[in-house]
Design a protein around this ligand. Structure first.
Ligand code: KE4
Length: 427
């Protein structure tokens, strides 16, 4: 596989941008080698600057659920951009996208558009603190909610519920309000809330974790979060930036039938353009400025171009046949990959939630950060490279998830399974 042009560009990029990238995971640090520079993408395919074609299961980390450059989205964007790109004033398009989001997420009575998932979670936490007048936040080890200072925390040693910063530049005072607990551990959660509830403003959780690979909630975990937060007046925030419109049309909250107080969205609702959103109970959202006194703002929030991409994407997702098609493509891929691993006699655990999936090299169930980290990440690195060299682009890290789109065809999936079998055998 020729990658000279990517290498030349990479050398130039590293002289201009930290690590040559604008988001760390793109730098291939977790899998070795240098990142490929992408020239274009269409449907399920992505093409690098050396002309190599790949079947894409990263899909920009989730947003491109319709596939790249969907004709209906492109047409609408071309038209919209002729009317200008941003006014810094309200537009009918924001009403249209907000209405589409509310239809899919009945728990969202009111919402605010922002420009990224990070802005959504950061704002939701400020809002929960404003609403409860409490300061502490519970998050779970291995869950990622964007680069919010107070959430860049890893579990401390042992059972300590107060963590350590996992980034330089985060003052200890910022994370002193963050309690970090093991995901799927209902006992620890219940005892912590019982002890600290008077200080706890909110619990924020990825209802299906897509930032440790893909980890599913145990049978009653989300229900316990809901029941305990209700009991103590704690705001339950579902970070559905990744799971929204992916675990199902109505996200993980529809699939698991748990109603959070606030929901954070991103990725899919922007259809590939920068959009995030947070929303939920009217009673809480009414505190957001200018209606209330929790301040949050953004120059390009709700801009007409991003709204247009989101609207066209959600219109197509709202069609009844869409999720039946996505479901059957994901089933086809799941069966194929499991069968390929079995035939190649490789120990693999495969998890999926709707159109999110992940493969771990282990024979133990993966239920939290600890068990995810115990999988064979060296083997994953070789698997990643083997797939890439055969034209299949999966996430360059064991601790990321894979995504499928409406554009992935049966032949894409059959090729992926053939390539996976060969690569499993090579391992
Ligand atoms: P952004 O600020 O990157 O739009 O969203 C942050 C975020 C919030 N919540 C969840 C559950 C997320 O998965 C994310 C972002 N996800 C990563 C991939 N794991 C984005 C890719 C990247 O960081 O480059």
């Amino acid at each position: 596989m020729k990658t000279e042009k990517s290498l030349r560009l990479y050398k130039k990029a590293v002289s201009l941008m930290p690590g040559g990238v604008n988001s760390p995971v793109r730098a291939f640090k977790a899998v070795g080698g240098n990142p490929l520079f992408i020239a274009r993408a269409k449907g399920s395919k992505i093409y690098d600057v050396d002309g190599n074609q790949y079947i894409d299961y990263v899909l920009s980390w989730g947003p491109l659920i319709l596939g790249h450059a969907h004709p209906q989205v492109v047409r609408a964007l071309k038209k919209a951009v002729e009317n200008g790109t941003s006014y810094g004033a309200p537009t009918p398009l924001e009403i249209e996208l907000a209405t589409l989001v509310k239809k899919a997420f009945p728990s969202i009575e009111k919402l605010r558009m922002v420009n990224s998932g990070t802005e959504a979670t950061m704002s939701a936490i400020r809002l929960a603190r404003g609403f409860t007048k409490r300061n502490k936040v519970i998050k779970f080890e291995g869950c990622y909610h964007g680069h919010v200072d107070g959430l860049l925390v890893s579990a401390g040693s042992g059972g300590a519920t107060f963590g350590v910063p996992d980034s330089l530049g985060v003052p200890l005072s910022y994370i002193s309000e963050t309690i970090i607990l093991p995901f799927n551990d209902t006992a620890t959660f219940k005892s912590t809330v019982k002890k600290h509830w008077k200080d706890i403003a909110c619990v924020i959780v990825e209802p299906v974790v897509g930032n440790m690979g893909c980890i599913l909630p145990r049978e009653d975990f989300l229900e316990v979060l809901r029941r305990e937060t209700d009991k103590y007046g704690i705001v339950l925030i579902f970070d559905e930036v990744m799971t929204g419109f992916r675990v199902s049309f109505g996200g993980a909250q529809q699939f698991y039938r748990i109603k959070p107080d606030l929901t954070c969205l991103g990725k899919v609702i922007g259809g590939g353009l920068p959009v995030g959103a947070y929303g939920g109970k009217k009673e809480i959202m009414s505190l957001v400025a200018p209606e209330g006194r929790v301040y949050q703002a953004g120059t390009l929030s709700g801009n007409p171009i991003a709204m247009t991409a989101g609207i066209e994407t959600l219109k197509i997702l709202s069609r009844p046949e869409t999720y039946k098609e996505l479901e059957s493509k994901m089933n086809h891929l799941e069966e194929g990959l499991k069968d390929a691993a079995f035939r190649a006699a490789v120990n693999v655990k495969f998890y999926r939630a709707g159109t999110i999936f992940c493969t771990y090299f282990t024979d133990k169930e993966v239920v939290d950060a600890k068990t995810a980290k115990n999988s064979d990440t060296e083997k994953f690195k070789r698997f990643f490279m083997g797939m890439l060299q055969k034209g299949v682009y999966i996430a360059p890290s064991q601790f990321e998830a894979g995504f499928i789109s409406l554009a992935h065809t049966d032949s894409d999936i059959e090729k992926t399974v053939r390539v996976a079998y060969k690569t499993f055998k090579e391992l």
